[in-house]
Design a protein around this ligand. Sequence first.
Ligand code: PA5
Length: 476
Amino acid sequence: MGYKDAQWRKSMELKLDYNNMMVDYIGEEQGFTAKDFADNKKVIASAFNTVSENKGKGMMGWTELPFNQKDIVADILATAKDIKKKFDNFVVLGIGGSALGPIAVFQALCHLRHNELPKSKRKAPKLYVEDNVDPERMTALLDVIDINKTMFNVVTKSGATSETMSQYLIIMDILKKKLGDKAKDHMIATTSESKGNLIKIAKEEGLKTFYIPDGVGGRFSELCPVGLLPAAVVGIDIKQLLAGAAHMDKICRSKDIKKNPALISAFLEYLAMQRGKNISVMMPYADSLKYIADWYCQLWGESLGKAVDNEGNYVYVGQTPVKALGVTDQHSQVQLYREGPFDKVITIIAVENFRSTVNISKGCENIPDVSFLCDHTMNELINAEREATEYALTTAKRLNYTITLPEVNAFTIGELLYMFEMETAYAGAMLNINTFNQPGVEGGKNATYALLGRRGYEETKKEMDNAPKKNPDYIC
Ligand code: PA5
């Protein structure tokens, strides 16, 4: 049985349990009520309608990705097959939306020590995603890869991002010096077909190219070639990933908030924001989902953190997303979540069935305070600790809800990614903001161009030069 079977798909549906957001469980002061849902009926309906009407249009092109990539998927699979045969390493050069998705899906769906496995067990190239311009990191990468056996994938929708283009320049120079005319066979470009410099460069250099559709922004791009190519190279079933997203799309067509997990989670977060809960914690209880939390942080933060609403009024909205890992952060952040300010909503991600079972060995029979662990599995322990955290948060009247994955596989990850994307779109509609732009990020990019002398940014440079100089009295 697999994703083509309806019964299997049903068994792989995610569950969202929001009991611990409700008054019955966390009390009147913090909890939400049936009246809150009734009072906001219009907000919920209007967000649902806005998102439904805009699906597939403008910057909501990402809703089509589970359905419109048949030929692209075939091309990706053929390219990946070739890469697997010829190369030992696959290196993604990209940042933000061009990196966080590939990292998250790799961690979720490959062996947790993929790169350390011997080649015979790995059966796919090692994957590196280089999403910074730290010179030490670039040097370290070059120390561990053999350029002759490495395929690079430069990913930038705008084709202008300084970090990614500087990485491209460095690597292309090395490739040309070492491999001459063959350099082009070691670089694939993923970029916009219609805009930017990378497409021009790719054409001049004769690079194999994949396209990021116009209506797909960086943080919504994991299910297009940005994420699908690296995933296919490391052996992830990308058709199953897309099938999971398509299944969630179907679920999210329900206007009934109780049947639409993306709509309900958007509303819960929206209501929380209205009540001053300005922090959204994403806490998966599985190492495989650790970087899904990073990916979510970008999606939520960059999409909802906006100064103005759709009418141009200053609203300064958004929630600060925080990533946490269960159980690791029980010994670090949970103290704050349970006893600090009432300013958070904590989303826990649970996994019902892990892909491995580890028994806790017998021992220390004379010490009952240790030996109670024996005869349990690590699987039981991690899930008991998750339940214990839910309980501890709830008794301390802290808003929390849990999303459960029956297991981690390409289908459930496709569902989860798409659910978060839809949740973000609904939440943006409830806040009446532009979910899909990022003027704050562009501001930083432009200031970097100005500082490094890019043509056309002279005015920004002047403004920066005229900014108040640092006062040495404030530096110690
Ligand atoms: O979500 C976004 O749009 C951004 O985070 C971008 O992904 C990031 O800035 C990288 O942009 P680009 O793909 O143009 O290099």
